[in-house]
Design a protein around this ligand. Sequence first.
Ligand code: GLA
Length: 393
Amino acid sequence: MNATYSSQSKLIELETKFQTIFNCNSEGIYRTPARINLIGEHIDYNGGKVLPCAISYYMHGLFSIRNDRRVVAYSNNFDSKFSADIDTISYKKRNSWSNYVFGVFAILKEEGFVIPCGVNILIDSNIPLGSGLSSSASLLDLVFYLVNDVFNLGIDLERIAKLAQKTENEFCGLRCGIMDQAAIALGKKNKALLLDCGNFKYEYKEMALRKYSFVVLKTNIPHNLVKSKYNERVEECNKALEILKKTFEIDNLCQLYEYQLPECENLLNDPILFKRVKHVVTENERVQQFSAAMTAGKTEEMGRLLCESHKSLRDDYEVTGEYLDTIVEAAMNAYAIGARMTGGGFGGCAIALIENRFFEDFRFRVDKEYFAKLKIHPDIEEVEIVDGPIKIK
Ligand code: GLA
């Protein structure tokens, strides 16, 4: 399915649509992927290490230059069009998805970049929305990448990731970390990105999985509440950090070690805050162990760590919910050697590590168990690990 998404016929279809919507030819096509996070969840905004990779779901952006100063954005998925003046852009709830396009122009202006004229942009995507596969980061990276290239702004991929995060934080109001924007901007085929979110140092890790693969499990429950719940977790972590800073010399929670947890528990004197800190500290440790296991090809160990991560997100960080828990359980009852939620949680997607030869039966069994319990079907797909943004033509 994903291979055909960027096929010649699909691109022609998009160009034709562009002509219909904007009454002119498109002048170029750009593409960004989606992402999964293998491990290191909800610790990017706590200065931790994460291990995401770009996957083969895509967002396409087509553009043409305008001779006025308007940005006109059309979504082929929603069949909706919004327009704004480059010089007076502000966040408006009624602009829904197009805030992610307009926000890019607002942040570029704030950063001192001069955009000489308006643009028409058509967006088309097969990244399921609200699925935890980062459709919003993909859209932000796409628009930054496109605008940067079209107007020769000279922004590198690392800065694109940082500006995209800034847009999401300051323009769109989600206090997310840098993981998604970086995973997509810096994605590399068959490699995972080991990113230290405390200092933005990163390296690529070979995904030595041999006969195993990561499979994406969509709960088909969009994570609607994520914005408020997500910001609530960020707030809890900040609160815990303020308290712990008085005793420990730390700038972020991921600078704590597991052996310090009992002391943290006393200092915090708040079971909820302690659970959050416990997740953050143990998850950061798991990322290093997982990354070492992956390099050594120790798949069983990877599987064990995935399960521990999910448990920690379920019991201590409390961001999973019935649908994610059920799908992870169903995966483990089938052939998975490890499974966990991926992304923000509260619905969305999980990943499972399975032996390739079991895929078809795995899909059948997980679907059966999940449907029996929750009366909706999940989507279960094999994905490829792919490169970051490209200009297609
Ligand atoms: C969302 C955010 C990321 C990260 C994950 C959880 O995807 O955008 O910054 O915090 O949740 O790991």
